[in-house]
Design a protein around this ligand. Sequence first.
Ligand SMILES: Cc1cc2nc3c(=O)[nH]c(=O)nc-3n(C[C@H](O)[C@H](O)[C@H](O)COP(=O)(O)O)c2cc1C
Length: 199
Amino acid sequence: MTETAHRKAAHPIDPMFIERWSSRSFTGEALPLEDLLTILEAARWAPSANNTQPWRFIYGIKGTEQFDRIASTLMGFNQAWAPNAGALVIAVSKTHIAAPGQTEAKFARWHAHDTGAATLSLILQANNLGYQAHPMGGIEGDKAKEIFGIPHEGYEVQSAIAIGHLAPADNLPENFRTREVPSPRMDLGEITFDGNFKA
Ligand SMILES: Cc1cc2nc3c(=O)[nH]c(=O)nc-3n(C[C@H](O)[C@H](O)[C@H](O)COP(=O)(O)O)c2cc1C
């Protein structure tokens, strides 16, 4: 069965699904722009309701002012480690969209779903290039809107993603070190139902 040092799948799956994990220790090496564009390109091809593509990404490479602007929007517990990534990305979703053949934009309740799908594509492409990628909900959305000129209405800041090369856990502040390990999952039987839903 598909297995890594810390994770074991209950059924055969592509190893990329259990090899992905959200590490916090990064080498601080800047990502080459072409790698970051490949990672963002993968996000572009995600599925979305009516192909409305509600995802938007703001990106910055380590060592640039843009990177520091993104880092400044992270909440304190993420500022302790994420600024050592090689690139930072903010995922924004467009919340109001005109249906096909219509001009009036209406609330599209799947905006976060679709932006999440694109974000996972981005993460898996980063892994495929040999990088780690760590999504963070801990971002100050209003601050990001202010800094980057994201309209207050019609868009929602979803997450930030830290991307970079894995570094030893020892490089992290002490309180993060023991958590620097791939996490387990609930059993398949707890989350899937061949019959009625069980809450
Ligand atoms: C929407 C979302 C928000 C998250 N927010 C944070 C965060 O602010 N800080 C953090 O360190 N990790 C964050 N994570 C990472 C999760 O804690 C992690 O994905 C989860 O524990 C599963 O572990 P794994 O990604 O290593 O498999 C977030 C993940 C997601 C998908």
